[in-house]
Design a protein around this ligand. Sequence first.
Ligand SMILES: *[C@@H]1O[C@H](CO)[C@@H](O)[C@H](O)[C@H]1NC(C)=O
Ligand SMILES: *[C@@H]1O[C@H](CO)[C@@H](O)[C@H](O)[C@H]1NC(C)=O
Ligand SMILES: *[C@@H]1O[C@H](CO)[C@@H](O)[C@H](O)[C@H]1NC(C)=O
Ligand SMILES: *[C@@H]1O[C@H](CO)[C@@H](O)[C@H](O)[C@H]1NC(C)=O
Length: 391
Amino acid sequence: MGKIFNMFLYIFISSFALSYAQSCNNYTFSTNQIYATCVSLPVLNSHLHWNYHSNGTVDVAFRHTGSTASQWVAWALNVNGSGMIGAQAIVAVTSPSGAVRVYTSAVNNYGTGLEESSLSFGVPRMIAERVNGDLVVYASLVLPNGRTRFNHVWQVGPVNNGVLSMHSMSPDNRNSVGEVDFITGQMRAGGRSGDVSRQRRRNAHGVLNVVSWGVLMPIGAMSARYLKAFNVANPAWFYIHAATQTSAYIVGVSGWATGLKLGSESSGIKHNAHRNIGIILFALGTLQVFALLLRPKPDHKYRFYWNIYHRSIGYCVIILSIVNMYRGLDILDPEKKWKNAYTGIIISLGVITLLCEALKWFIVLKRKKEEKRTHAGTNGSIGDNGYGQSV
Ligand SMILES: *[C@@H]1O[C@H](CO)[C@@H](O)[C@H](O)[C@H]1NC(C)=O
Ligand SMILES: *[C@@H]1O[C@H](CO)[C@@H](O)[C@H](O)[C@H]1NC(C)=O
Ligand SMILES: *[C@@H]1O[C@H](CO)[C@@H](O)[C@H](O)[C@H]1NC(C)=O
Ligand SMILES: *[C@@H]1O[C@H](CO)[C@@H](O)[C@H](O)[C@H]1NC(C)=O
């Protein structure tokens, strides 16, 4: 089913690419340069022409039609990621004198002013001109790592008093991303299908992990710590705790697996740290689940040590999980909407924990007092129910 769908998608995209190609391959450049391949990009009146050489270089001409002197134009390869962050851009700006300045800018944040900086690959030649309302950027690129297929992104924005301002957020300006293969000439029409399915997988990864590691596991730990103390559910607290953590673990492992798949498609310091913490978490989480099977009987002399071990690993997992949720949400959603929502959840859990903690101490102290007064402390009070010392 999926295969058939992919095949149709492929045919659809290829015919798109072909029809685009036909409408731009008769353009005559002022230099009379002939390019073997050309593709009209789906948004922002842009066309990409190129010749690929077997030594791994490509000569491109990026053409923005209907361009005005008060606009900047950029075209970029995103070598390791997709979209704006990581884009290795070639930028063209028309100066007041009418000359076109062209330079490179590696984009690493959303607040960029497209300042000049060097790219992660070589650009031995770069010129730009303005012809009949078209802005044309010519550049030769030394493609990195012998690769020929890249995500690319192109953009047009306003220039105010010589300052490059942020592009608008219209659908066209947001959809100006795609994938280009310099050998086959194949384009994803805007790369949308790839980006959409990848974004869907990223979201799934985020939701699964936030629900499991980020929310259920802390709740599972709270159920162990407080239900037991309140004596409301004894020994049911144990089954509630075990069931919560086991389901969190199962959901968490599927979230973790989607993350590994995503991680194999991206790199960078942020991604690597997030992945490494994820792997540590998986190892500790697995240890916790299997430790249950090795749990000594309540009166066993090692039970005390097992309890210490189980709790310290448990708290480590929770702290690391929360840290990694934030790292992941930073990567997933630079606009911080998810992050703010998660912060809300964590604050609520924190407040509930504080209240429970206060109540727990109140109950414990009260019980101790009663025991002292009657000299008849019941042997079945907290901490003596076979599930370990509390507090
Ligand atoms: C290129 O071909 C298209 C149709 O294939 C035509 O509409 C367009 O006018 C041609 N452009 C030039 C510059 O010849
Ligand atoms: C690659 O080949 C092209 C075309 O033959 C040539 O113009 C260019 O200088 C070569 N680049 C390198 C780095 O060898
Ligand atoms: C892309 O990743 C490779 C390998 O990790 C690295 O060498 C290169 O600098 C990265 N490029 C960018 C633009 O981040
Ligand atoms: C608690 O139990 C022990 C034996 O299990 C018994 O000797 C002791 O008297 C009990 N204490 C109270 C306060 O009931």
